[in-house]
Design a protein around this ligand. Structure first.
Ligand code: BYC
Length: 472
């Protein structure tokens, strides 16, 4: 069961050939997916051979195989993690009951919406990143971008499988709609805010893979706890792929910080723009932006939706199994933000409707770990500056702070105060123009753009100067 059957038109480890109805539905969807990929996938590189990894089995040992592939020939398919024999539901009203092999009728609508929301982000991110290839800082980075793009495409397959296999005609309609919405399109936008923002340059992309892909990690981990077993198994396998996306973000920003520090040391100035680098102040503004739009992805501090998802056994907490409480949370409380006139304070709120905030807290602590590592790089260069996460209320569009103007250090401001300062805190038009001016493609093997340091090592034991994408 762990091996993936590549002799079939749709590679899978779900026994697709035994389910003719599902096979037909997915074979009908496959060419539409490919049309979408050709129209909205990486622009200008579809015919180039890229050194990509493909899943060959879903167990912990060596699930990946690396080889040159043209992206449209990538074998997108359906992969579920191994079933856990005797798995029971770990939280909510059905705690202790056997995990559901099928959708419980009464939760059908809610579950479908959760799966559609998750599924919608996957093609959205590919659309956001489709023009980056032509300004790549190196072949190594170009390859990593394409790896992420094909895997986001596969994550779309993962959600479409659930919709087609378990939600009948409604599911098939949702699968079609996932290919019809477009990131940033005013008439048919993607569902969540951050997935309609632009990713116009490589700094934005690295920030996106650090901050926004990390939301993916926390949402997928919560869905991996689901009582609906096929969703749990799908998400467990997706998480193994997600790790690489987070690696690209963390090491990518780390390499930018490294290069900035080298330039600062060489020239004894903070103003590394003169030398074609990205100054720490600009990096801080990009962090502020991407972190705040990613915080919005967790929903409101107080959410009856979140409470219902949990009580119904559909979406758990991060690492639910490791928590030492009753896993029902009917009487528990959790600290959330509150507005006390013009100050943001904390209060204990009922734990169930606070679950979005709790997941956001786990996410924030994880984000901070990367910043600590980047700050270590700065310190190693004996530079007395630090990158910081802004206050959680800063620049928010969802939840308690959506109507407020909050400074990075957490003060509630008047409109006038905000307007006077926002250019110091968020990327400006001039920042964006400067970053765009740096986006000159570097495509010789082993060469890197001046604004980013080379990585510590290559992919899959290959050297840094390996021909990761064959452009000739
Ligand atoms: N933008 O009760 P509330 C990833 C809506 S990333 C626009 O607080 P809830 C990836 C909300 O839908 C992970 N609308 O929200 C990363 C609700 O509308 P309805 C994606 C928003 O439901 C990089 C209303 O506001 N996965 O995988 O508790 C690359 C009230 O909100 C937003 C998931 O998100 C927003 N930001 O929580 C590739 C997991 N936030 O229902 C991939 C599945 C809220 O009143 N989704 N709204 O019409 C969920 O668990 C939940 O839907 C959310 C929202 C956590 C997103």
């Amino acid at each position: 069961m762990t091996g993936i059957d590549y002799s079939e038109r749709i590679p899978n480890n779900v026994g697709l050939s035994d389910n003719r109805r599902l096979q037909r539905a997915l074979e009908d969807w496959q060419p539409k997916f490919l049309d979408w990929w050709m129209e909205m996938g990486p622009h200008g590189f579809q015919a180039k051979e890229t050194y990509l990894r493909t899943a060959v089995s879903v167990d912990a040992q060596g699930w990946a195989q690396f080889d040159y592939v043209k992206m449209p020939d990538y074998r997108w398919g359906l992969f579920l993690a191994e079933p856990e024999p005797g798995r029971t539901i770990g939280f909510g009203d059905h705690m202790g009951a056997p995990a559901w092999p099928d959708v419980p009728g009464e939760y059908r609508g809610v579950l479908r919406r959760l799966i559609v929301t998750q599924g919608d982000t996957e093609p959205a991110s590919v659309e956001q990143q489709r023009h980056l290839g032509r300004t790549c800082p190196s072949l190594y980075d170009l390859r990593n971008l394409f790896q992420i793009n094909v895997e986001e495409g596969r994550h779309l397959w993962a959600m479409v499988y659930l919709l087609d296999a378990y939600f009948g005609r409604d599911g098939r309609e949702e699968s079609e709609a996932l290919l019809q919405r477009r990131s940033g399109d005013r008439d048919k936008p993607r569902i969540l805010g951050a997935f309609n923002e632009k990713t116009p340059d490589w700094l934005s992309y690295l920030m996106f893979t650090y901050f926004t892909d990390r939301d993916g990690k926390y949402q997928l981990a919560s869905l991996a706890e689901s009582g609906f077993d096929p969703l749990s198994r799908t998400c467990r396998f997706m998480l193994t792929e997600e790790a690489h996306h987070l690696f690209v973000g963390e090491t990518g920003i780390g390499r930018v910080v490294q290069r900035t520090c080298e330039l600062m040391r060489e020239s004894k100035t903070d103003d590394v723009r003169r030398l074609g680098g990205i100054d720490l102040a600009t990096l801080q503004r990009y962090i502020n932006f991407h972190y705040s739009v990613s915080l919005d992805l967790f929903g409101s501090e107080i959410s009856t939706n979140a409470a219902n998802f949990y009580t119904m056994g559909l979406k758990g907490r991060f690492e639910e199994g490791k928590k030492r409480d009753d896993h029902r949370l009917k009487d528990a409380t959790y600290p959330v933000n509150e507005l006390d006139r013009d100050r943001i304070t904390m209060r204990e709120a009922p734990a169930l409707p606070s679950l979005n905030e709790r997941l956001r807290d786990d996410y924030i602590a994880d984000c901070q770990r990367g910043l600590d590592r980047w700050n270590q790089i700065i310190k190693k260069h004996e530079i007395d500056q630090e990158l910081r996460l802004p206050h959680r209320g800063f620049h928010r569009a969802i939840g308690l702070c959506a109507e407020l103007k909050v400074s990075p250090d957490g003060r509630v401001l008047s409109e006038a105060e905000w307007d006077a300062k926002k250019h110091e805190w968020l990327p400006t038009e001039a920042d964006a123009q400067y970053i765009l001016s740096l986006m000159q493609p570097v495509t010789q093997t082993g060469r890197f753009a001046n604004w980013i340091a080379p990585p510590a090592r290559g992919v899959n034991g290959r050297p840094i100067d390996f021909e990761y994408v064959r452009l000739a």
